[in-house]
Design a protein around this ligand. Structure first.
Ligand code: NDP
Length: 493
């Protein structure tokens, strides 16, 4: 085991450099980017997870493993028991008017009905993922589906993926619609009606899948050269050991859990909230329509660009552990949909001006997010032989050295959105996030959790990315940051 562990680490180091994804160690040595002597031994700057775990990281990891489910529970319980007030439960606890035990006792518990619904849901998504070959790319112009290559893994492997997410989403939603309009097998409010019991089921799956991935990494890893171990068991469990755990040739844990049960459910959950509003109040508010439409645009964008998504940081750099497994099963479906849940309890009807402002903010944010991502993708795919905003893109030529000593070339674009700020794709994403929250009016803070969380996530990601790129490109990265000095908001940050 130890020998294979050492082999794994060696393999990962070398190949990181070779594909340039994490080739920071070589670049540092070559360029002295961090101002350290070339003879000084360094750990490679890594995405996703570290090689060594300090005490602060360890405490955060243990804290999250123990308390993250209760953070999710707190928000959902606040809606269920306190009309979505996040402060009221705390106030009552502090005043001694309630206890943790009585809050817990009032919350709906696990039910077998919810377990059956959840099992059918995950089983159905699994069936679609595994058994429905993508044909939509043959009929939809511009859509890239079917079998696609992933990015090269740290060990130098290129995995194949069957990209059929758009088709799975369409089939699932067509069935939902057919049921609501015609078959009436179940009520469209079924998700809302079982929301907390379903949360316990999602938690069981989240922890089970993380535990399975953890054991699998030790017992039968898909590729031992792509495993990454630290000496800390909690950190390994949380951030994952295997890079791309698979069962068989096609079942890829990362793609399935990142891109199926949680994200396909996102739009259905919103539709269920909409149906509940209709049932409770006899009408659907414009705020609920806005949240449904704006978030559906975001979800559909994800599936339309699923092949592109294979090349983003989540798939290219993160290992699969509790962070992705539990996060995709619980955190995403429960906390990304808080706006719709809030609107069931507070059916806000926005003035036309407010609704229009939210729509504009959401659509402009989406436009910036999508265009910035598209510009970089086009630029990298064509190696700069393309047109961005009507002209050939300006760029900075960069080089980096990989761990095997090879020198590689790359380009950083300084045109289009990438010339305005270094991460305008994140800015667009944040504008969209703010729009979902602002659709809920200004009565409570709960629906604003999403934009606060996304700001922390993306600012942290931005800093991590810059650290990695600085290590990888050295003085060339400095030339880029001189040419494009701001990260997210020109003139501010
Ligand atoms: P990016 O798509 O921004 O990719 C960053 C990488 O692009 C860098 O590491 C570098 O890689 C390369 N790069 C940086 N600057 C340039 C440039 N000027 N020209 C060319 N290449 C450059 O990062 P993500 O994968 O994090 O984000 C993808 C999208 O996903 C974003 O729009 C983000 O908002 C969204 N997202 C959404 C989340 C959600 O939960 N809703 C979570 C996370 C992301 P290299 O080493 O190749 O040079």
């Amino acid at each position: 085991m130890e020998a294979s562990r050492r082999r794994s680490q060696h393999g990962a180091n070398g190949a990181n450099g070779a594909n340039g994804a994490n080739g920071a160690n070589g670049a540092n040595g070559a360029n002295g980017a961090n101002g350290k002597g070339s003879g000084q031994e360094e750990q490679p700057a890594q995405w996703g997870r570290a090689w060594e775990v300090d005490w602060f990281s360890l405490c955060s990891v243990v804290g999250l493993l123990c308390f993250a489910p209760f953070i999710v529970f707190y928000f959902v319980m606040a809606c269920d028991q306190y009309q979505c007030s996040v402060s009221q439960p705390l106030v009552e606890l502090l005043r001694g008017e309630t206890t943790l035990l009585s809050i817990w006792a009032r919350a709906p518990s696990f039910t077998w009905t919810a377990a059956k619904i959840y099992a059918v849901w995950v089983g159905f998504q699994l069936f679609l993922y595994m058994c429905v070959p993508d044909v939509s790319h043959k009929f939809i112009p511009g859509y890239v589906g079917g079998v696609q290559d992933g990015a090269r893994t740290p060990a130098g492997l290129i995995n194949k993926y069957e990209i059929n997410g758009l088709q799975c989403w369409l089939i699932t939603h067509a069935l939902w619609y057919a049921n609501a309009q015609h078959f009436l097998w179940f009520s469209p409010t079924i998700i809302f009606d079982n929301w907390i019991p379903l949360m316990w089921c999602a938690n069981i799956l989240g922890y089970a899948v993380a535990s399975f991935a953890f054991a699998k990494a030790y017992l039968f890893p898909s590729n031992s050269d792509d495993c990454k171990f630290t000496g800390n068991i909690f950190y390994n469990y949380m951030m994952g050991i295997e890079f791309n755990p698979r069962v068989g040739k096609w079942f890829d844990f990362k793609l399935f859990f990142n891109g199926r049960p949680g994200i396909v459910a996102w739009t259905l959950i919103n539709l269920s909230y909409m149906a509940k509003q209709q049932e409770l109040y006899g009408h659907v508010t414009n705020s609920m329509v806005l949240v449904n439409v704006l978030q559906a645009v975001y979800v559909l964008d994800f599936f339309w660009n699923e092949a592109w998504y294979l090349k983003t940081i989540d798939i290219c750099h993160d290992h699969f552990g509790w962070y992705l497994g539990w996060g995709d099963c619980v955190w995403l479906p429960y906390l990304y949909t808080l706006q719709g849940l809030y609107l069931v309890y507070h059916p806000v009807q926005l003035s036309s001006g407010h609704a229009l402002a939210v729509l504009l903010l959401g659509l402009v944010g989406y436009y910036i997010f999508r265009s910035a991502n598209h510009q970089k993708d086009l630029f990298r795919r064509t190696e700069g032989s393309c047109s961005i905003w009507g002209r050939k893109p300006a760029h900075i030529e960069c080089s980096y050295r990989s761990a095997d000593g090879g020198v590689h070339r790359s380009k950083l674009m300084t045109s289009g959105f990438w010339g305005v700020a270094r991460h305008l794709n994140y800015t667009g994403d944040l504008m969209g996030s703010l729009a979902y929250c602002a659709a809920c009016g200004f009565g409570h803070v709960l629906p604003y959790f999403y934009v606060v969380y996304m700001t922390i996530l993306l600012v942290h990601r931005c800093v991590r990315d810059e650290h990695r790129c600085g290590s990888k490109y050295g003085k060339d990265w400095k030339r880029y940051t001189d040419a494009v000095p701001y990260r997210l908001i020109p003139g501010v940050f």
